[in-house]
Design a protein around this ligand. Structure first.
Ligand code: GSH
Length: 223
């Protein structure tokens, strides 16, 4: 990785960008960051992003897309690994990362849906998913794999960041009586690489973004 130039093409609120940024920071990789407006992306973005999504990592100008591919590449080109060494544990981490992706997707749907029934259905779906994490997956350690930050932690941190922001306006109760989940959330949201993975004005930008949705959730923000 000596001498390579890294630039992360980003959108300020994107949870998939945050995981890549957290790994860059955790692994002390010098990088630039370029924010684009996803509502009107610049022409050059379509040339480097076949899926038309952020993040894209430019490595000496060559694009890599898909956040997990980026995270694992960054992990592999630097000292030490942020994945477990044991192949089964690593595979298990990847499986729960997919689970985290499904939580992110339900969370996004939750704050944009304008249908009350769908809002209730998504709330129940998320409640079940958090229950599964609490009961079947977490061991009561600060980080997912014990006392050290791993790639899977970088994936779940943005999930918790969203839910802490949403809980200011509506009591979903997702963390009630879930001590393992609450410990994991608190550990991640106070971890340096996670804190630094978003711009300073992130909370205000997210608030403005949520408010401008014509959704069941945004109506709760106004009451
Ligand atoms: N599977 C992709 C998902 C990335 C993603 O969904 N990014 C969103 C922003 S958070 C995006 O770029 N959306 C643009 C669009 O769908 O037009 C990854 O892990 O990188």
């Amino acid at each position: 990785m000596e001498g390579k130039k890294f630039e992360l093409v980003s959108f300020s609120l994107c949870p998939y960008v945050q995981r890549a940024r957290a790994i860059l920071i955790e692994k002390n990789i010098e990088h630039d960051i370029k924010f684009i407006d996803l509502d009107s992306p610049p022409e050059w973005f379509f040339d480097i992003s076949p899926m038309e999504k952020v993040p894209v990592l430019l490595v000496d100008g060559k694009p890599l897309f898909e956040s997990m591919v980026i995270c694992e590449y960054l992990d592999e080109i630097t000292e030490g690994s942020l994945h477990p060494m044991d192949p089964f544990k690593k595979a298990e981490n990847r499986a729960w990362i997919e689970y985290g992706n499904s939580i992110l997707s339900s969370t996004y749907d939750l704050f944009i849906t304008s249908d009350e029934k769908n809002f209730k259905r998504l709330t129940a779906t998320l409640d079940e998913k958090f229950d599964t994490l609490e009961d079947d997956c977490l061991k009561g350690t600060p980080f997912f794999n014990g006392d050290k930050f791993s790639i899977i932690d970088a994936v779940y941190a943005p999930v918790f960041r969203f839910h802490v922001a949403l809980a200011k306006y509506h009591d979903f109760g997702f963390f009630d009586d879930r001590p393992r989940l609450s410990l994991w959330r608190d550990t991640l949201l106070s971890y340096k690489a996670v804190i630094k993975s978003v711009p300073d004005n992130y909370a205000d930008e997210l608030d403005a973004y949520l408010r401008k949705q014509d959704s069941v959730f945004s109506s709760k923000m106004k009451t």
